[in-house]
Design a protein around this ligand. Structure first.
Ligand code: PLP
Length: 380
């Protein structure tokens, strides 16, 4: 199989599997006071230190969660509630966020009185800091803009966006789920950063919200008071150990990996455009994730292309949600100004640590005939 869907989830790194396997054979709740509990706590704290150091945070600024979705919900809901208590009821989010942020703020608007405003993206999927500058004021509870987009791979000007909130004392959250592997993501100068282990070679179901000192969201989960009282729940020691091992390996290999993936990605782009000359590369052509290639194929349905490629052993993604069997065009592509037909005819290919030239070669051979077949099916 040519697995070209690393943005959906990445195969686990052997280091992460080894760390988890060791922990699965152990017992101990990291909050228990006896020796077994203390051992488990030690693993959690050593993992926390690795993750903190890797992302420019202090250990006390790492709040473990059950993944990126939970961290995003904690950030946007928790910081909105904290802001509302001080009379701030506006929420500013980019229009190209993952549903973990977008649906959380929709919910806040529907149930909690939040006044949500969406920052527009340009045709490359970039948020211009001047649009934030034009609408921000001291009645904003939280601003959220993702570090890199999960569909088209465009990287946002995060330092510039965050600087605009800083002067007004407004917390800035960024969803760095896709960025944290390939880019040097740091908490410095930001208030809250979402991470997810399974996008960088760790297990599914664990992540973290990096929370700068003094940034205190109202908890979403109540219970045992773990994790600074911000995220209750027994810590998943094996998953946390696997997460830390994946982070350590990913950061150590980053430079070489980015170089390799960028070259492979450019090869993939060239091969697709050679086979399908009217395909259009979406997203920022330069300021994009090294493993991301996203195309529109005029006259095709993305779902049909996906299934035809799958039948040839090539895994990729349309990036759009399918509700009740009807494919919805991606909100990200629509926000970039794309028309519905072009949005529906789009595919994302995403590379990662297991990707090889053979994967790209397989796609290069398949994509031309597959697009032709999808076009014929569309005409009939
Ligand atoms: N945010 C982004 C940008 C993502 O790509 C994803 C996963 O697809 C998530 C959040 C959700 O993370 P998780 O799968 O860990 O809940």
């Amino acid at each position: 199989m040519a697995y070209l869907d690393h943005a959906a989830t990445t195969p686990m790194l052997p280091e992460a599997i080894a760390a988890m396997t060791e922990e699965f054979g152990q017992v101990g709740n990291a909050s228990s006071l006896h020796a077994a509990g203390r051992r488990s706590r030690r693993v959690v704290e050593e993992s926390r230190e690795i993750i903190a150091e890797s992302f420019g945070a202090r250990p006390s600024e790492v709040v473990f969660t059950g993944g990126g979705t939970e961290a995003d919900n904690l950030a946007v809901k928790g910081l909105y509630w904290a802001g509302r208590a001080k009379g701030r009821d506006r929420v500013l989010v980019s229009s190209i966020e993952h549903h973990a942020v977008l649906d959380a703020v929709h919910w806040l608007a529907a149930h909690e009185g939040a006044k949500v405003e969406y920052l527009p993206a340009d045709c490359t999927g970039r948020i211009d800091p001047s649009t934030l500058e034009g609408v921000i004021s001291d009645d904003v509870a939280v601003v959220s803009a993702m570090w890199a987009n999960n569909e088209v791979g465009t990287i946002q000007p995060i330092p510039e966006l965050a600087a605009l909130t800083r002067s007004l004392g407004i917390p800035f959250h960024t969803d760095a789920v896709q960025a944290a592997g390939p880019l040097p993501v740091r908490l410095d100068g930001l208030d809250a950063v979402t991470l997810s282990a399974h996008k960088l070679g760790g297990p599914i179901g664990v992540g973290a919200l990096l929370l700068a000192k003094g940034v205190d969201p109202v908890p979403v989960l109540h219970g045992g008071g773990q994790e600074r009282d911000v995220r209750s729940g027994t810590l998943d020691t094996p998953a946390i150990a696997g997460f830390a091992a994946a982070v350590q390996k990913t950061v150590a290999d980053r430079e070489a990996s980015v170089r390799r993936l960028t070259a492979l990605r450019d090869e993939l782009i060239a091969a697709v455009l050679a086979a399908v000359p009217d395909a259009v590369l979406n997203g920022d052509p330069v300021t994009r994730l090294p493993g991301n290639a996203h195309f529109s194929f005029p006259g095709c349905e993305g779902d049909a292309l996906l299934m035809l490629l799958d039948a040839r052993g090539i895994a990729c993604s349309t990036g759009s949600a399918c509700s009740a069997g009807v494919a919805q065009p991606s909100h990200v592509l629509l926000a970039m100004g794309m028309d519905t037909a072009r949005a529906r005819g789009s595919l994302r290919f995403s590379l990662g640590h297991t990707s090889t030239q053979a994967d790209v070669q397989e796609l290069a051979e398949a994509i031309g005939p597959v697009v032709e077949r999808a076009r014929r099916a569309g005409l009939s």
